[in-house]
Design a protein around this ligand. Structure first.
Ligand code: PMP
Length: 403
């Protein structure tokens, strides 16, 4: 496929902002959506709109079969062993809360939870809530001076036999990649449950949950060219089956009386209420889109762009990069020396460049790096050399203005 043909599938990318064509470098916050995803959701609402799993009528049967087909699609996409191991949520945040709360009855005071000190708040706060409820203790795995998870310190912490190890696959701020398969195997050797937040990995890396061998893996549709409002919780069947449901109500029950309730079997047991049906269908179209691409080629293209981005930022001078490594994925974090990240973001926006500025929902990481915040430029399958040229030119002019 020609690159221009790929890019033209994203209608939002062809707009101009004032006099400037949009340069979208905020894919890590949310990706743009290809026309196929937009069409799949419109088609569902226009033709098949009905609730799933309930009615005898044909619209409901059509909606249900599309919804359930996406479950199998996700299963194959991440190489899960069983379709019942795929739970539809509203996003990564909900999924991690579901797991953390679902484990509450399995934890006791002083149990240890190891977390990633570069994690997004979504993989910190739910564990804090769980620790508060159960008396468990949270210990962050420290970072090395070059902002990777410190593997020596991790191995030392494992000697304390944690009950849970919660990691990010890829940091949403720095783009650093954790060696999750190796870390999971070490955690399993001491009997810990493992959870991987894959929100920033899923659009860039081929994810195989069986080869990572984790107990739980989570991601959001909107960061992989799908819609907002849908996410996936993958869980190993026996572990999912032991989770207490976070939400209760319709769909997730087998039998209800005023005397008590019995729950449904997986996956329904963890999907209470009307699910995000159109969004699940949109997620299916996003997977179709990703699978229509030569993924190895696209990954190589993204890596070349990322290295160029890192190199050109370095060459610009007056820029500090954070945790920039050759094997990073998708994002680069930086500041213009002595300038506030928000000012830089606003001045870039005035030239049509969309980057993210702030603490990126990773305040503990910002504290470790002694920063109030930073700018982040992030890439997607549609990012081009021209995007990088325009970004670097714009940043040069911001630098000329401010420094
Ligand atoms: N984890 C990571 C690493 C993320 O980047 C994000 C989104 N920024 C989340 C979790 C939360 O995802 P969502 O807001 O879709 O629930």
């Amino acid at each position: 496929m020609e690159f221009s043909q790929l890019r033209s599938q994203f209608p939002a990318l062809s707009q101009t902002l004032g006099d400037y064509p949009l340069v979208y470098l905020d894919t890590a916050a949310t990706s743009q959506k290809p026309q196929g995803v937009i069409d799949a959701m419109t088609r569902y609402y226009a033709q098949d709109n009905a609730n799933v799993h309930r009615a005898a009528h044909q619209l409901s049967a059509r909606a249900t079969s599309q919804y359930e087909a996406v479950r199998s699609q996700v299963q194959h996409f991440i190489h899960a062993a069983r379709r019942e191991e795929i739970i539809f949520t509203h996003g990564t945040t909900e999924g991690i809360n579901l797991v953390a709360q679902g484990l509450a009855s399995q934890l006791k005071p002083q149990d240890l939870i190891l977390i990633d000190s570069a994690a997004h708040h979504a993989n910190i706060v739910p564990w804090q809530m769980l620790a508060k409820q159960t008396g468990a203790e949270i210990v962050p795995i420290p970072l090395t001076h070059d902002a990777r998870l410190d593997q020596t310190a991790y191995r030392e912490l494992l000697k304390r036999q944690p009950r849970i190890v919660a990691l990010s696959h890829v940091s949403n701020v720095l783009g650093t990649v954790n060696p999750v398969a190796e870390m999971v195997s070490q955690a399993k050797a001491v009997g810990a449950l493992t959870l991987i937040d894959g929100a920033q990995a899923i659009a860039h890396l081929e994810v195989d949950v069986q080869s990572i061998d984790c107990d739980f893996y989570l991601f959001s549709g909107h960061k992989m060219y799908g819609p907002t409002g849908v996410g996936i919780l993958y869980g190993r069947f026996d572990q999912l089956d032991k989770l207490e449901p976070l939400l209760t109500g319709g769909e997730m029950i087998k039998q209800v009386s005023f005397e008590g309730t019995t729950f449904n079997i997986l996956p329904n047991r963890l999907e209470a209420g009307t699910p995000p049906i159109a969004e699940v269908i949109g997620l299916g179209a996003a997977i179709d889109f990703l699978q229509s691409l030569p993924r190895a080629e696209i990954r190589a293209h993204e890596q070349v762009l990322l290295k160029r981005l890192q190199a050109e930022l370095n060459a610009l001078g007056g820029i500090t990069l954070y945790g920039a490594h050759e094997d990073n994925v998708g994002a680069v974090a930086f500041n213009l020396t002595g300038e506030h990240h928000q000012d830089v973001g606003i001045l870039l926006d005035q030239q049509g460049i969309a980057v993210r500025c702030g603490h990126h929902c990773a305040m503990p990481l910002m504290q470790t790096l002694c920063l109030s915040g930073c700018c982040r430029a992030s890439l997607g399958v549609y990012s081009s050399d021209e995007d990088i040229n325009r970004f670097i030119e714009a940043l040069q002019s911001v630098k000329d203005l401010l420094l």
